[in-house]
Design a protein around this ligand. Structure first.
Ligand code: GDP
Ligand code: IMO
Ligand code: MG
Length: 420
């Protein structure tokens, strides 16, 4: 069998958690391959709502195995909170959740460094989630990281060496902090983590593939936040793209199967950075209000705008997307007019390739559509889709040259239409 990958094509929060949950019954294993608790993946079913940060979104469907892969950065303190919330809701995780020994730990000082770097950047700050993601990946790449497997070997020494280095940097930044409470919660988190099995996940995953098991790799963030291909420097610190599943799980490229690319019928972004189709007008407000566009991790209002096909085409190309998944079309159910950005105008030039730099010179070129103006939230099959909606789908499929396999018409697990 191969590993299918599900990943975001925009700036995150496309609805990955919901769809992973919907697709999990088809798989034996679900695994996160990058990112950390900067992610907030929301799932809704049976009148309940859950937000997952580090735990894969396959955790609610029967006894499927869920793995936190080597490419993830894990904060034990936040992990403990997440586990406790799920256990309090009656979900036993112990035999279903496994953690790669090679996943890197987010230390309490990584969070402080994240805040110090942001403060120092002033107006050009990234607008990070403040979870220590950048500093944790920096230590990984500079070979100063502490990994989950280290918890079992000389842990205190490795922790202290890393934290002392961080203290020197924090001093350089004149950053005031109180580490004691953070450290206390963090070490309590380590104890919570120890209740789970630490595994050589690359061996387990490849063995499972050979024995015919099916695996779904769950992305976090989105392609436009990728460290290499996103809107640098306003990105996250990992490879959010399909290739990240190879390095983040230890799976060879030839063992990747379907690549599910997920996008909203419009577009959002949290934090700083370019967003050519952003709307600073009542329509943007309407998208935010109807789509409840507030960050699931930080509660920050998400910036909203029209769908950007220049960026989406780029994301489809980089990831080799084989099936598209369109989310939140219901948010635009009452719109009279819908716009899609098909190109950018830069000076006198019209470009369709995503440019190296996006600045205020970039002006979106829109194609306008008549809205479907039909409540789609209770629809169960595509035979119920209004004509205007089908026209919009056909247009997107033509522009992106990939079939739209799933349409989501509401946050609940049940509000999902699969186009077989
Ligand atoms: P993720 O990070 O990609 O998993 O996405 P988030 O959970 O951060 O954000 C998606 C939000 O949209 C969540 O609040 C979901 O409950 C909600 N959602 C998902 N699909 C739909 C949909 O089709 N319609 C509506 N109205 N909400 C949706
Ligand atoms: P999910 O998985 C949306 C954004 C932050 C910031 C930038 C860098 O829920 O889609 P970081 O804390 O990673 O260093 O922040 O990336 N960001 C996200 N935006 N959804 C996410 O995750 C995000 N994770 C990070 O807002 O602009
Ligand atoms: Mg999210």
């Amino acid at each position: 069998m191969k590993v299918d990958v599900l990943l975001g094509l925009q700036w995150g929060d496309e609805g990955k958690g919901k769809v992973v949950d919907v697709l999990t019954p088809r798989y034996d294993v679900v695994s996160r391959f990058q990112g950390g608790p900067n992610a907030g993946h929301t799932l809704e079913f049976e009148g309940k709502k859950y937000v997952l940060r580090s735990i894969p979104s396959g955790i609610f469907q029967g006894n499927k195995i869920n793995i936190i892969g080597n490419g993830v950065v894990l904060d034990p303190a936040l992990f403990k909170v997440e586990v406790e919330a799920l256990e309090a809701a009656g979900h036993d995780l112990s035999q279903r959740l496994f953690i790669s020994k090679k996943a890197h730990l987010i230390l309490p000082t990584h969070r402080l460094l994240d805040a110090a770097y942001e403060q120092a950047k002033g107006d050009s700050k990234i607008g990070t989630t403040g979870k220590g993601i950048g500093p944790a990946y920096t230590d990984k790449i500079s070979r100063n990281g502490v990994r989950v497997g280290d918890i079992l070997h000389n842990f205190e020494e490795k922790y202290t060496t890393a934290v002392n280095k961080h203290k020197t940097i924090l001093k350089h930044y004149n950053f005031d902090y109180d580490l004691s409470q953070l450290e206390k919660e963090w070490f309590e988190g380590i104890e919570a983590l120890k209740k789970f099995s630490f595994i050589n996940s690359e061996h387990d995953i490849n063995r499972m593939l050979q024995s015919g098991a099916s695996i779904l790799a769950e992305g976090a963030q989105g392609t436009m936040l990728d460290i290499d291909f996103g809107s640098y420097p306003f990105v996250t610190s990992s490879n959010t793209i399909c290739a990240g599943a190879c390095t983040g799980l230890g799976v060879a490229p030839r063992n990747i199967g379907e690549v599910y690319g997920i996008f909203k019928a419009y577009c959002t972004r949290v934090g700083s950075g370019p967003f050519p189709t952003e709307l600073h007008c009542p329509t943007g407000e309407k998208l935010r209000e109807k789509g409840h566009e507030f960050g699931s991790v930080t509660g920050r209002p998400r910036r909203c705008g029209w769908i950007d096909l220049v960026a989406l085409r780029y994301a489809v190309m980089i990831n080799g997307v084989t099936k598209l998944i369109m989310m939140k079309s219901d948010v635009m159910d009452s719109f009279e007019t819908i716009k899609a950005c098909v190109a950018y105008k830069i000076g006198n030039e019209t470009v369709t390739d995503f440019p190296y730099e996006i600045d205020s010179q970039v002006e979106p070129v829109y194609k306008e559509f008549t809205g479907w103006q039909t409540d789609m939230t209770a629809m169960q099959s595509e035979s119920e889709f209004p004509k205007a909606f089908n026209d919009y789908l056909a247009f997107l499929e033509k522009e992106l040259n990939v079939p739209i396999y799933i349409v989501s018409v509401g946050p609940d697990r049940a509000q999902t239409i699969i186009r077989e």
